[in-house]
Design a protein around this ligand. Sequence first.
Ligand code: PEP
Ligand code: MG
Length: 924
Amino acid sequence: MKQVYFFDEGDGKNKKLLGGKGAGLCEMTRLKLPVPPGFTITTEVCNKYYENNKKLPKTLMVEVKKNIAKIEKKTGKKWNSKSNPLLVSVRSGAAISMPGMMDTILNLGLNDQTVLGLSEKSNNPRFAWDSYRRFIQLFGKVVFGVDDKKFDDVLNAAKRKQNVEVDSDLNEESLKEIVSQYKQICDNHTGRKFPTDPTEQVELAIKAVFGSWMGERAIVYREKNNITKDIADGTAVNIVSMAFGNMGNDCATGVVFTRNPGDGSRKIYGEYLINAQGEDVVAGVRTGKQVDEMKTDLPQSYKQLAQTCERLEKHYKEPQDIEFTIEQGRFYLLQTRNAKMNAVGMVKTSVDMVKEKLIDKNRAITRLQAEQLEQLLHKRIDPEQIKNYTQLAKGIAASPGAASGIAVLDVKRATTMGENGAKVILIREETKPEDVPAFFESVGILTSRGGKTSHAAVVARGMGKPCIVGCSELKIDVDNKQCSVDGKIVREGDSITIDGSTGNVYIGDIPTIEPKVNEDFKLILEWAQNAKKIGIRANADTPEGAKLARGFGGQGIGLCRTERMFNGSDRINLFVDMIMAENIEERSKILKKLGELQKSDFIEILQAMEGYEVTIRLLDPPLHEFLPNPEELSEKIRKLELRNETNEANAARNVLKRARELAEINPMMGHRGVRVGITYPEIYEMQIRAVFEALVELTKKNVKAHPQIMIPQISSIAELNHIKKIYDSIKKEMETVHKMKLKINFGTMIEVVRAALTANELASTAEFFSFGTNDLTQGTFSFSREDVEGKFLPEYMEKELLERNPFQSIDVNGVGSLIKMGIAAGRGVRPGMEVGICGEHGGDPSSIKFCHSAGLSYVSASPHRIPIAIVAAAQAAIEQSKAKPKSKAKPKSKAKPKSKAKPKSKAKPKSKAKPKSKAKPKRR
Ligand code: PEP
Ligand code: MG
C-alpha cells in the first residue's frame, strides 16, 4: 500500500484516496501550475491509524522523511536549518470538503533555532517571531487541546502593555515575550517541554489531523450532510512547504472564485490582503480588499492570477474556488475546488459555459442540483438585509419561499384579517382541516409541531405558500395572544418573517426578493425537456394550478383531487347538506347542483391543459372529514342552548349525530375512496357524469380535451369492475344522447398494497395505473404518516434504522419493489400501459431518478416542483445513457399533446409565475 504521494505522483482523479485538497494539489502540480512542493498522506493511512488503536503505521515516518527530503531538494530550504529553514503546513482534506470541521497547522518546523534562520533569511525578524507565535498557538490548540482563550489573554495583555490596538502593530520584543509565554502555557498544559524537533512536530501534527476526523464537529457535520463512508472515508493529510503572504508588502494572500458565485457573471470575484497569512482572510481578522484592486497593487501577480483562473476553468470545466499566496512577488496556488454557487450562479454558468464551448448541454444539466433550483421559483429573503434583523427561532423548512406579515394565533382572526387585506402569518401549534380557510387568507404558516408531511406542510405546499413546521422552541400562548422563544416575545399583530426554505423565523418585516425565472433558466429547462425521457405532469385541482403547471413546462395533470373542489366556501355547505340528506331523492337533488359546479371546474382545467391528459380522481376522503369536529360542535350546541337558539341548536345536533355516526377509529383505512363510491354510488355517478359532460361541451367547442377517470383506494378487481359498470352505463347514455364517441380512459390508483400485488388482475379493466405513493408508503411500512413524522421518525433516522424519510424519498427496496412489480404485472397484461406516480414523491429528485429507471411513463408533481422535476428527469436520462451508451432508452412518456391541436401556451416557464393560490387543499 502506497502511503504517501508526492504532488507529482498523484492526480485529481482519486479524491477518496488523496482527499479533495490533495487530489487538487496533485492535479495542479501535474498541470505545472505554481504549487508549493509537498505531499499527501492517504486516507487509507487514516483508516489504518484508527484500526491500529490510534498508532501510525510503523513505516509512515520513514516515508514522510523521504518526502520532506524531496521538498528540501525542490525548494533549496533545509529541515531544521538555522540559516534557511523549511517550514510546512499540515492540512486535513477529506474526499468531500468539510469547511472548518477538521484541523490545520501552519508554520510547522519552527523552534528557537529555526526562528532565527527565518528571521535572517527573510530579513524580517518581526515576521519570523510572529510566525512562531502563530505556530505555537495553532499547535497547542490542535495537538494539545489548549483552550484558545489562554493564548488570547496573553496576546491582549501584550497589546495593552505595548499600547497598540492590532496584532500587526506588535513589535519583535513583544512577540518574543508572547512566544515564551505561549510555550509556557503549552508546557503547563501537557507537563512536557514544547517539542522542538520538527520531525516530532510533524508526527504529532499528523496524528492530530487524523484525530480531528473523529472530532465531534466533524462527526456532526458528516451526519448533518449525509456524508457516509462510501462518500468520504477518513481524511488525508497534506504536508506543503510554506509560502508566506506575510513577509512584507510584496506579499499577499487571497481567496477568489473564478466567476461570481452570487450571479454567475464571468469575472474574478473575491478578496485578498497584502502582508497577511491565509487564515487572516478566512477568519476575517482583517477586512480583505476587492480582488480588482490587485490590478493596481500587484499588477504582475494579478495577471498571473487571471491566467491561472482561466487555465483552471479550462481544465476542470467548472468555476473554481481558489486560494493563493504571493511570496515576495512569487505567485503560489494553495488550493482549488469546484466553486459552490447559489442557483442563479449555477444556472448562468451552465448556460455561459455551453456558449463558451467549455461544456455540453448534458453537462450543463447534470452539474445542477435540481433541489437547489427551488431558490429560483420562490420569493427569498434579501440576504443583504438579514443582518439587520433578529432570528427568533428555527423550525423545519416545509414549504419553500419567504413571507413577511403580522403574527396571528387564531384561525378565525387570521381568516377575517386576511380577508380584510392584512398580510397574515398564521401561527399554530398544529393545523387541522377546518383551519384551511385561514390558509387561503394567510401569506405564510408557522407551526410548533409536526413534520414535513404534517397537515400544515402538505396543505401549504399544495397552495405554494411558505410554511415552517415543527418549530418546537416556539412557545405559543393563544390565551395571551403571544408566542415566545427564550424570553423573546412576539405579540399578535407584530411583524415577523418566515423563510420556508431554511426554516428560519425572524422578528420584523424583512424585505424579500421576487423569484427570477430568467432567460438562462428557461434555456436550461428547454434543454432538460429535450433530454428527459419520462413525462412530467402536475398535481393540480384548479384552473390556476393547471395554468401555472403548464407555464412551468408540465405536460398534463397526473392527479386532480376532486374533493378539493368541494372545500370552497360556496360549496362546502352544499356538500355538508348532501351528507346530511335523509333520503336518496334529497341527496340526488343536491348532487345535481354539485355536479354542475364540478363540470364547470373540469371544463376550465381541461381547457388550461388542452392537448394533454388530465387525470381526474373521484372522491377520496371519508365523508366525516367534511363535517365539523364533534367536540367543537358540542361546544357550539351548548352555547346555542344557553342563548335559547333552539332551532339552530337542533340543526347542529343533527349534524353532530351524523358526524358521530360517520366517525372512524382509523379513518385512513376506513370508509374512504372507492368504498364511499360503492356505498354512495350517486356521488361517483355525479362525478363521472360531470367529466363526460365537460368533455362533450369542450368537444363541441373543438377544444382537444383528454380527461381520464381514476378510482382511488382500489384493492380488488371486483371493486374496480363495480365502478366500471357505472362508468360504462353513463358513457353509453352520454354517447347516445350527444351522438358522439366519447373517449375517457378508465384507470386506477395503486396505493393499497393488495392493488400492487394483484396489478395483473386490475390491468384487465384499468387502462392506466397511477401509483399513490403516499398511501402506498403508509401501507407498506404500516406507518401513519402524520403520526410518525413528528414523533419517532427523526429518532429512527438518527439511529440509522432508516436512511431517509420514506414519505419524502421513495423507499426503493420496499415501495420501489411494489412499484416495479405492479408495472411488470400491468404491462404484462396490457403492453405499453401508461403508468405514473402521483404521490408527493413525484417532485423529489432522487425519487424521480428511481421512477425513470423503473420505466414509469410519468411523474406528477405540484406545479412549483415541475421545473425541478424536469431537470431531475433529464439528469436521470443523461446519467443512464452515460452508464449504457449503446442502449436505446425507450421513451415511455406520452409527454406530447395527444392530438395535433397546438397547445395554446408552450411548455415554457413564465417569468413571474405566481400561484393565484386558491388551490383548495385536501382536507385531512
Ligand atoms: C397518494 O396516496 O399517494 C395520493 C396521491 O393520494 P392522497 O395523497 O390524496 O391520499
Ligand atoms: Mg392516496
